[in-house]
Design a protein around this ligand. Sequence first.
Ligand SMILES: Nc1nc2c(ncn2[C@@H]2O[C@H](COP(=O)(O)OP(=O)(O)OP(=O)(O)O)[C@@H](O)[C@H]2O)c(=O)[nH]1
Length: 235
Amino acid sequence: MKILLMEFIGYKEWTESLGYDREWKIQDIQSSIYKVVNDEISRVGGFALPVRYDGLIILADGIPNKHLLEIYTKVKEISPTKINACIGYGKTPREAEINAHNCILNSLSDEPKFSIIHDENVVACHFDYNNFTSLTHELSFYAAYMRVMRLYSKLSESIYDFGGISQYLGGDNMIAFIDEDTLDKIIKIVENMDEIKVGIGIGKNARSAMAGATRALDEIRSKREDKWKIVKFST
Ligand SMILES: Nc1nc2c(ncn2[C@@H]2O[C@H](COP(=O)(O)OP(=O)(O)OP(=O)(O)O)[C@@H](O)[C@H]2O)c(=O)[nH]1
């Protein structure tokens, strides 16, 4: 598993430079940066986890380094701060992110460190809460959101224990990226949880894997017999 980690250096100081009436400005600038990142990384088949805004966690398997460097250059152009960037490798996404982070911690310059690392398949798990729309009508928008967040926070802990990394994507959706060897653990968890189903996609890059996961979810919905399905996506 390969992860490109980008750190916005001095982000705290940048935010404080905006004065007290700053939160709206921070949200505005963060969303414009994320839009550029999302457009650029999707174009080359990757996915950026918006887990935080003072750093980007990019699933980099299946993306040539030259494209990763182009994205780094683009983000550097629009970033309010200097950027540090490293590619980390690990058997699991968790290890890859930790290794990329250690590379950034140990780097003595803000020159990007993009070692050549072999590509591996990406495995994306798209979790979906059953009948979230009717739950929302029954409770309220916010109460339904709280219900899902409580469940996904426990689920993301278990996924991290297996070496996966996950991200809430809004509505009743959570995506997780895992190592292919932990597929059976994920399936076992979902089989023991009544409220959710999971579409699993395997692809040469994050975008293909996520498309496969979404297609797997649609196939589950078409018959409503299974709690999980795996689709290998090969675009
Ligand atoms: N981020 C994201 N949100 C989605 C996606 N598909 C649906 N949603 C949103 O998720 C919420 C629930 O949609 P669904 O999961 O399709 O609806 P549901 O009522 O849970 O129905 P079932 O999942 O079929 O049981 C809605 O707010 C949708 O807009 C997706 O692929 N990604």
